[in-house]
Design a protein around this ligand. Sequence first.
Ligand SMILES: Cc1cc2nc3c(=O)[nH]c(=O)nc-3n(C[C@H](O)[C@H](O)[C@H](O)COP(=O)(O)OP(=O)(O)OC[C@H]3O[C@@H](n4cnc5c(N)ncnc54)[C@H](O)[C@@H]3O)c2cc1C
Length: 288
Amino acid sequence: MKAAAFEFERATSVQHALTLMAKHGDDAKLIAGGQTLMATLNMRLSEPALLIDISSLTELREIKLTDTALRIGALTTHRDIERSALVAEHAPLLTQAAPHVAHIAIRNVGTLGGSLAFADPAAEWPVCAMALDATIVVVGAAGERRIAAREFFTDLYETQLAQGEIIVACEFPRQAAGTCNVFLELARRHGDYAIVGIAAVGRVANETIQGLQLSYLGMGSTPILARGAAAALEGKPLTEVNIDAMNAALANELDPSGDLYTQTATKHHLARVLTLRALRQLISGSNQ
Ligand SMILES: Cc1cc2nc3c(=O)[nH]c(=O)nc-3n(C[C@H](O)[C@H](O)[C@H](O)COP(=O)(O)OP(=O)(O)OC[C@H]3O[C@@H](n4cnc5c(N)ncnc54)[C@H](O)[C@@H]3O)c2cc1C
């Protein structure tokens, strides 16, 4: 199938893109890497009258360190993130997660902003943004809005992004010294969307984890931050009793749907397996 006919405009600045969006409203759609949008156009799941190409706005493709955060521009590609020394130093969770995002050909063009805007619950960046308590920076006609990633993803493919707004960056707070990060996922084949994945972050002291954050992909209609499960283990050793308490909380917080290949109960089981694996890696310090 081929996409329905559409007009095409290349935005020359963020302001130009905002003006075009204000003028065309619901009839217009932004295109960044096109790795998701082109498929939806070709399947005619979306038929915008105008595509606004933002891919040449190089000012949205930078990775920089501020006093408080690592700021990654919305047009930074998955591959840029994977290969960035600054990201490896200040947000190593992203470096671990990047190779799991699709295949290199897709990572070369797909963007951070496109992934956050599309809000696929099986995608890697939304889950990392939640675990790291990132802030998504958007601009619209009324100016800039800063939205906590933990509040950004509202439902399946739904976000707080309003009509006419563009994601310009995502800010990942600088991590406290001694913070450990682990990203793990299970997929049928490497590069496929995962069945289940986890981002685990915390500071390890005396075989316990402080400030533990557990965030899951593929386990519900949005990425899920499992606050109850993390609280059950906060500052406690990985004993059988504590793991059972964590798993009980996790069962209430995760809400996966079964699919053709994996039943709901299997997904819960896989999430428990990955969680324990991630926690053991955190404690052993084998992933920083
Ligand atoms: C075969 C295949 C496998 C894939 N596997 C994975 C995977 O394992 N994990 C994963 O995370 N992703 C995967 N993807 C998706 C890929 O990562 C996409 O690159 C990403 O989801 C969207 O980024 P994009 O820049 O291509 O966005 P586009 O396709 O250009 O846009 C996607 C949506 O976001 C909107 N948008 C884009 N940029 C902005 C912005 N700055 N502000 C506001 N709205 C914006 C567009 O209007 C559109 O609605 C896969 C894709 C393919 C084709």
